[in-house]
Ligand binder design. Structure first.
Ligand SMILES: [Fe+2]
Length: 173
């Protein structure tokens, strides 16, 4: 339910909730992508939630019923992550400012708690302001940022509470 007094963030969260409630699968997530695309065009929303003093990972909203999270990320300099998936969950990366160079990875060997999995790069692409990408369960990816970047990300569940396995890249031959 929305009202004139509801903040743009709460309106966005409510719309995401409704989309996932109607369809928790890829269809509902694609609906969230459409909602996030509008948010990324909203300079007021970006200025309000991706500020100079925003942390590298800042929780904007965690849904009490469905568990999905809306996160702000502000990186002031280069930052790269290893290949990873989001375990049993999914994530949508929405680029607000700057560029993220993303690599997708193909799984060669599965990971376990004792042993990292093996992956091979399958493609790379650049997320520019206003662009977004959905990673469904098991989709392996690694972001690299060469300069300052600001993102809005949606996670299917709060990944701080989930243990994830490691993956190592194998050399191309
Ligand atoms: Fe990720």
């Amino acid at each position: 339910m929305t009202s004139a007094a509801t903040s743009p963030l709460q309106q966005f969260a409510n719309a995401c909730h409704d989309a996932l409630k109607a369809d928790p699968g890829p269809k509902g997530r694609r609906q969230i992508c459409a909602l996030l695309a509008d948010v990324l065009k909203d300079d007021n929303f970006i200025a309000a939630h991706l500020r100079d003093d925003t942390a590298e990972r800042h929780m904007l909203y965690e849904d009490p019923e469905l568990g999905f999270c809306i996160l702000a990320h502000v990186y002031h300099g280069p930052k790269a992550s290893q290949p990873h998936d989001h375990a049993h969950s999914w994530a949508i990366y929405g680029q607000g400012r700057g560029e993220t160079h993303m690599t997708d990875w193909e799984k060669i060997e599965p990971a376990s708690a004792d042993k990292p999995g093996k992956v091979r790069s399958s493609r790379t692409y650049t997320l520019k302001p206003g662009m977004l990408r959905l990673y469904n369960e098991g989709d392996l990816h690694s972001p690299r940022r060469d300069g300052p970047t600001r993102l809005i990300r949606i996670e299917g569940t709060n990944m701080e509470k989930v243990k994830r396995f490691e993956y190592k890249a194998v050399a191309e031959d």
